[in-house]
Design a protein. Sequence first.
Length: 108
Amino acid sequence: MQKQQQVEADRSTLAASTMKQKLVLLRRYRWRQRVVLPYLFLAPFLLLFILFFILPLVYALGISLFADRLVGGTVFVGSQNYLQAFQDSSFWEAMTRLHYKSPTTGGI
């Protein structure tokens, strides 16, 4: 009689532990669906966005900080290129034209 009770108790603890394992697996599955799956769908876009937009932008910013010399190669000039552009009257004329033209071409 005691052996039968012990077997039944072992079965109930085994059933409880398998239920806990199933619950943990179900939680992991639901977590993957809620958290991981959207990022898997976004991954191709993010990869292409970084590859074709962010990296060229960073590269262009890096190039803009240097000046090419005929003799001596490239020389670091920092923000001198930007200061020179901001002091140029043709730059500001172009910015003015861009400012007036952009609302008319924004819908295209």
